[in-house]
Design a protein around this ligand. Sequence first.
Ligand SMILES: [Fe+2]
Ligand SMILES: [Fe+2]
Length: 282
Amino acid sequence: MPFETNRDVLDWYDSQPRALTDEFISEIPWDQVNDHPLHDRLIPVLLYMRDIEILTDMYHQELLRTPTGKDPVISKFMERWGVEEITHGELINRFINEAGYETPRSWKDEIKKSVSAYYHTYARLLTTLTNCVGRSFTATHMTYGTINELSAAQSYRRLIEIADHPVLTHILKGIIREESVHTQFYLNVARLELKRSRFARKIARFVIDRFWAPVGSGARSRPLTDYTVGVLFGDSEGVEWIDRLVTDKVRVLPGFDGMNAVTDRIAEVGRRGLNIELGEAV
Ligand SMILES: [Fe+2]
Ligand SMILES: [Fe+2]
């Protein structure tokens, strides 16, 4: 897709229909959820994924205070993107409930309230630092977004394999289709932004190499983050999966030749996660 401007990428995004239409959602066979076994060890993973989807809104609000969020094209994208991520969280929560695990009625508020004051202070500090760099930081935001969307989609693919549950597979395939469209937006805008300046490339590479961590770390507890990454990518096959389907796709971006940070960090967190018991994660 040869996009020349961010506006072209947005027009493409706007032309993509949603995968999770009302019709798709109304046809999910909830009554069949309990016809298939679901292993207990996957519940914390589903909760983690659900929480990340819902916390997108918090990230969105943080970004609105930066030049990236004030960009008319990116903010227009984020309006629809935010709505889609919430649907993902809602479907996962419903699945958890149908499988027999109750969640509180105010589960969304509780997720938001459970984010530590430390995280909020840290996020505010980051926003201030970002604003000092200014417009050039947009390339970093978009690269981060690319990695997070790619890794979310691959987490769902791994979950489909590990859970082997037909209803979950059906839901996650719909979610993955939307994550793929999000990936295309971030990836193409990142490419354009990185091409614009050497400074933007330098900062983006520096930040990813030094600070990239699996999406949700910091906003969720460390044992839960480690456990989730351990279940999904804790073995050598999982690490290879991330390298081929996430890191390799980022390496083609300007300034990201030979980047290993994502694979290395997932391998490290996943290894730690293998030592965490189910009871410690929740
Ligand atoms: Fe999502
Ligand atoms: Fe997404």
